[in-house]
Ligand binder design. Structure first.
Ligand code: ADP
Length: 483
């Protein structure tokens, strides 16, 4: 098995298939956003790797799906215990590999990874099949594990997002083939090691490393796969969706957003401005971020003054340093993509209110605010996934709602107001899968999670994800059936 020491932690860099570490002759480099130094050469899977991983998942499905729910939940809780026990190592590796702020990773995201497994283990244990009598018939809806599931994850919060998607698939009784993103592949190897210690049967959790268009495409095209769960970009979802259609496989997709951040005149302006500056967190590499600041015209100037005060206080730096607020972007290609949006906005006549440049000598990008010339400006309509916000104002509630609903996305929205009635009214009118009022990110994991429009297909979260990963069966027994 090939391993590499990263940030003092020995990390496996091969595929994990059928409970064994499997190498590939071809490798790909993963580098750190912190100094762009080479961290590891990771196995680069191909069509044969994909076929082997699906084969292992098919083989293991019988045993994993037949395990009693209590036993399977026990394994998932043991994995959660192990994640908690290894928090420091997981956070160190992810910070170096992806550039996530270490403290935030340690306190929030690794803990959330453990919670993802606990939540789904508990939901399975607590689940009761729905039964009822009707038409002289006893009816029961049963959840049957669907079969091997492919889980494809993005680079922006690899550990937390992977566990969020893996937990329901595994809890439902499906074996899984996980394809991590090539820009941040390392913590998947750590997770695979922990599944062994937790007592997963070989092949229940498989990791295939490599490039999306190569091994990812081969995985989703395999007709033995019975579910595909994807988080990434709309373009990749279109490609994967075609493979899912060919094989008639249910497919969920979470595809990012262009969240409206609505500030009404009756809002606590300082709280709203503070939270608006917080949308730069993780350098804006967050699908849920409220990147379009939509502010009531009469408070626009006061809001902007306060926003600048909060944004000025943000410290750009090394994500390992606890005083850092803004980490580097994940990759030079991504930095160039973010800057491309800003350059085109500048050329098109949008006003760069603050920032607007890459930082020399690092992969940081200045926290940027743009006042677009029009609502059709590219920076308003397309997801940038960097520390770039737009500022627009509205005259009244109707215009606020119209602006909020004017992009092809619909993942999240935030409403800042002191009026409960307005919150309910506007909350009902905005097109988004998740709407926060006077807060952000806090969420019950049993609630549905997903977007409208090109933000995605289907819902994750709670029973929604468990239903997705199951074949629902209705059993009907005639009341007078006798033996
Ligand atoms: P992003 O823009 O966030 O990088 P992508 O959609 O390109 O989003 O990538 C998200 C995940 O999808 C990654 O793990 C990537 O390797 C994978 N991927 C990319 N292309 C394909 C494909 N054709 N088939 C399957 N997976 C893919």
């Amino acid at each position: 098995m090939t391993r590499q020491v990263v940030e003092g932690v020995s990390v496996p860099t091969d595929h994990f298939i059928g409970g064994r570490w499997v190498s590939s002759p071809r490798r790909f480099e993963t580098r750190s956003p912190i100094g762009w130094e080479l961290l590891a050469e990771v196995a680069r899977g191909d069509a044969d790797t994909a076929a082997a991983a699906v084969g292992a998942a098919v083989e293991s499905f019988a045993a994993w799906s037949a395990m009693s729910i209590g036993d399977r939940a026990g394994v998932l809780h043991r994995l959660a215990d192990l994640i908690e026990a290894h928090t420091d190592e997981i956070a160190r590796v992810e910070t170096r590999d992806m550039g996530f702020l270490f403290e935030s990773m340690k306190q929030r995201l690794v803990a959330r990874g453990a919670l993802n497994f606990r939540t789904y283990a508990d939901l399975m244990v607590g689940h009761r099949n729905r039964t009822w009598d009707a038409k002289n018939m006893w009816n029961q809806v049963q959840r049957q594990p669907a079969g091997p599931a492919v889980v494809i994850t993005p680079w922006n919060a690899p550990f937390m997002l992977s566990t969020w998607k893996l937990a329901p698939a595994l809890a439902a009784g499906n074996s899984v083939i996980h394809k991590p993103a090539e820009w941040s592949p390392l913590t998947a190897g750590l997770l695979a090691e922990l599944t062994v210690e937790a007592g997963f049967p070989p092949g229940a959790y498989n990791v295939v490393q490599g490039v999306g268009s190569e091994v990812g495409a081969a995985l989703v095209a395999d007709p033995r796969v019975r579910r595909i769960s994807f988080t990434g970009s709309p373009d990749t979802a279109r490609t994967i969706g075609q493979a899912a259609a060919t094989n008639i496989v249910p497919f969920t997709a979470e595809l990012g957003g262009k969240g409206a951040f609505l500030v009404f005149a009756d809002a606590d302006l300082d709280a709203a401005a503070h939270r608006a500056a917080w949308q730069y967190d993780d350098s804006g590499q967050v699908c849920l971020a409220g990147t379009r600041l939509l502010v009531a015209a009469e408070v626009r100037d006061e809001f902007l003054t306060r926003f600048h005060q909060h944004a000025d206080a943000l410290v750009l730096g090394d994500p390992r340093d606890p005083t850092t607020d803004i980490a580097p972007l994940v990759h030079p290609d991504h930095r160039d993509r973010v800057h491309g949006f800003v350059e085109r906005a500048r050329a098109a006549g949008d006003v760069i209110v603050r920032g607007g440049r890459p930082v020399t000598g690092s992969l940081h990008y200045e926290p940027t605010l743009i006042e677009p010339a029009s609502n059709l400006s590219e920076v308003v309509q397309r997801e940038i996934f960097g520390p770039v916000l737009t500022l627009q104002s509205f005259a009244d509630e109707a215009e606020a709602i119209a602006l909020a609903n004017s992009t092809p996305y619909g993942l999240s929205a935030q409403i800042w107001t002191s009026s409960r009635l307005r919150a309910e009214r506007v909350g009902a009118a905005v097109r988004a899968g998740l709407v926060w009022v006077n807060t952000f990110l806090v969420r019950d994991l049993t609630a549905p999670f997903g977007g409208c429009g090109i933000s995605g297909i289907g819902r994750e979260g709670g029973d929604y994800a468990l239903d997705f990963h199951s074949d629902l069966k209705t059993l009907m027994i005639l009341d007078d059936s006798t033996e």
